[in-house]
Design a protein around this ligand. Sequence first.
Ligand code: XIL
Length: 379
Amino acid sequence: MSIGTPMLTRRDLLKLALTTAGAPAYVQGLVQRGVGQTADAFSSLGSLQQIAASRGIRFGSMVRKKTLIADPKYAGLVTQHCRVLVPGNELKWDALRPTPDQFDFSGSDWIQQFAKSHGMQFRGHTLVWEQALPKWFVPTINLDNAKQVLLSHISTVVGHYAGQMHSWDVVNEGIEIEDGRADGLKVTPWLIYLGPEYMDLAFHAAHQADPKAMLVYNENRLEPEGAAAERQRQAVLALLTRLVKRGVPIHGLGIQSHFVAETDAANSGLKRFLHAVEDLGLFILITELDVRDYRLPGDIAVRDGMVSKQYYNYLSFILKFKSVKTLMTWGLSDRYTWQPKDNPRNDGLTGRPLLFDANLRPKPAFEAVMRAFDEAPRR
Ligand code: XIL
């Protein structure tokens, strides 16, 4: 990919405003105010969730309780732009399960209430994952109790929010090609103790606890070009096909969408895969979108330009699939991204993978997403 300029330059915006009679309010606003103003100055631009909703898409973000409490300005940005929230960590086992016999919903309930009081929906992440497990898990779980522990966790947690959920990530990241199994399943405690049927059990238990909830299989590393992602796609497709054929109550595939700016995330392999997933009758959800910039040049204009280009290319590609009705980013502002921790830059600069910068100002990526929503076909 060549080094690009920001998606919408000031001149582009002016041209758009001059040539497009009745241009969207956000374009007019950008022209009047220029890029790089404060978040407050942009409040008249409308919101991501509004423009998405006008195309039949729900836009939302991952949030953390601590951040929403500590940073009211950030919380304001969240309520302005989101229609659905997902807790980053508060619904993971290590947050919910202080002991084998206890459930602590204080973090997730707080976020659910925050969402509700601002007219937003709430989605659940995640019921089955081999990461973020409490310390007691490994010494406690064995062949005899694994099934009961899994089922009681799911029925209690899903039951707690029954009738109120947008959707649940029932199983997260169940494929790991490098583990060497023919079916590509990741070797986790659940697989070891319960066999591949652990997924069937999990989806059935979630469905029983909340028959109305949309149940999702959520996966990473599906988007890039290249052989590794292709193997990942094939293993996931085979898995979804098996689940659907067996009548397992699964309704959607979550595509995490954490990827680097310099991959072609609108490639033909992904396109084929998405058509095949739609043919299975499943919804497609974009669940954790952010564009990693840790390998890009340090120059901020160049970096932001490449990141915004990737947002625009990916969204204008993915939103052509009408089964994509939910799109979540993994945070809104670079102030709180998890990315630098995961992939620090060699030059020590902070990462800029999200739509708003660390001062909560909209970046070119914000404009790119607004534009992609604006151009998306209605569903
Ligand atoms: C991440 C959280 O954002 C971090 O705060 C935490 O330290 C690690 O997990 N894929 C997932 C998410 O499904 O649960 C991960 O969330 C990011 C990658």
